[in-house]
Write a protein that binds this ligand. Structure first.
Ligand code: GDD
Length: 411
């Protein structure tokens, strides 16, 4: 038996995702019309003998309750949300729930970060992991040398694929091969985490003894609580080069989803994936009295799109959206309950829940996913009045825009 664990983090972790994370937990933000966490979960469905999926985080349980029950039904796999009372770190969170995770004696545990976008080659990882015979195998990918230091960087043996060296977010260039945040472990991972935690407790006790001897110079490392364990620094780094960890390289797409701009890019990557794996999810433009569709477009069944509108490529439209006559949409995400009035145009943008765009208004951007204002983002309930043009802006919730704005953050 195999179980999968998805680390979803919590409210304090999603700050870079503002203004889209004010009311919706980041893991539930829709990419290609499905919550972010849906994509790794549906990939888990392809694992042979998958018994259960756990989501571990410190969001309120009720924020996930509805979603968890609907996805359990859809995937026909039991899914449980496990809430931490406080953040325990990426390995500490896993360890905290070890009894529940190990309940049915699984032979392997998949561990996935929820904020990565890729095609999750999980069955291939399982097969490679069994061949290597170590404690864990992690998915790795080559990125540009300039961006590598934002991630965990590593060196692996070109012949055996053993992880030889690992540094989390190094200051100087180490390697362009990085950790994708997708792992498979044997249950021995719990012993490895326990060792780190015990080691810390010992140091805390030693420190308290020193403190009582009036030595106030405590090491900063001992200030970390014993039950807070980071997978990267505390487990991967020390275990590299000890024939316990191995790597599996993907040649396919991979992105980390930390900013709203990148979420638009990832939404498009998943639309392209649907084109290959589940084309029935995508809108088709053929047939009379239907809107024109170009390339990959997702339209929620409850959305109402006027037949004279034109959408695509790379458009996702969520529930209860109304797209009026003559509207033009290119490379954008339109969230629930948005109203787009006649001849409105949206290009390279994300339009927040319950927002409205007046007649002949334009919301657009240059389309550079990596620059701060390269994608225009309207927060929840933003009203753009008719004929107003918004270019390269981030607009916080509940604003009414009645004048043209460019290159600005509207607070
Ligand atoms: N439940 C829970 N509790 N989840 C957590 C906690 C915690 O205390 N801390 C982090 N997470 C979750 C995050 O939501 C995310 O999905 C994952 O664990 C990793 O988050 P971070 O530890 O903040 O690391 P990161 O995202 O900056 O970098 C990690 O992922 C990169 C790939 O995206 C590292 O492992 C890098 O090496 C790696 O390249």
């Amino acid at each position: 038996e195999v179980v999968a664990v998805i680390m979803v983090g919590g409210p304090t972790k999603g700050t870079r995702f503002r203004p889209l994370s004010f009311n919706t937990p980041k893991p539930l933000f829709p990419l290609a019309g499905q919550p972010m966490v849906h994509h790794p979960m549906s990939a888990c469905k392809r694992i042979p003998n998958l018994a259960q999926i756990f989501l571990i985080g410190f969001y309120d349980e009720k924020e996930f309750a509805l979603y968890v029950s609907s996805i359990s039904n859809e995937l026909k796999v039991p899914v449980r949300y496990l809430k931490e009372d406080k953040p325990h770190g990426s390995a500490g969170g896993l360890y905290h729930f070890r009894d529940l995770i190990m309940e049915d004696g699984p032979s392997h545990i998949f561990l996935l970060n929820c904020d990565v976008c890729c095609n999750f080659p999980l069955p291939d990882m399982l097969e490679a992991h069994t061949r290597y015979g170590g404690m864990g195998t992690m998915l790795v990918v080559k990125v540009s040398a300039e961006s590598a230091n934002q991630f965990g960087t590593l060196v692996s043996d070109p012949v055996t694929n053993e992880l030889l060296h690992y540094t989390e977010k190094p200051e100087t260039f180490v390697s362009d091969l990085i950790n994708c945040g997708v792992y498979i472990f044997t249950p021995d991972i719990f012993t490895a985490i326990e060792d780190v935690s015990n080691d810390r407790e010992d140091r805390v006790t030693a420190n308290l003894r020193r403190l009582s001897g009036l030595d106030i110079f405590t090491s900063t490392r001992t200030n970390i609580p014993a039950d807070f364990v980071r997978l990267d620094q505390d487990i991967l780094s020390p275990l590299a080069g000890k024939k316990q960890l191995y790597t599996y390289e993907t040649m396919d797409y991979w992105e980390q989803i930390k900013t709203p701009g990148i979420s638009l890019k990832c939404s498009n990557l998943y639309l392209a994936q649907f084109r290959l794996t589940s084309p029935y999810l995508l809108a088709s433009g053929d047939g009379t009295r239907r809107a024109t569709v170009v390339g990959d477009v997702y339209v929620h069944p409850s959305a109402k799109v006027h037949p004279t509108a034109k959408m695509g490529p790379n458009v996702s439209i969520s529930a209860n959206v109304r797209v009026g006559p003559g509207v033009r949409l290119i490379n954008c995400i339109i969230l629930d309950d948005v109203e787009l009035e006649d001849n409105a145009v949206v290009i390279n943008s994300i339009v927040g829940w319950k927002s409205s765009l007046g007649r002949w208004s334009r919301v657009q951007a240059d389309g550079d996913y990596n620059s701060k204002l390269g994608i225009t983002i309207l927060g929840e309930s933003v009203m753009v009045e008719q004929e107003v043009v918004i270019i390269n802006c981030i607009v916080l919730p509940n604003k009414t825009l009645n004048m043209n704005v460019q290159d600005d953050i509207i607070l």
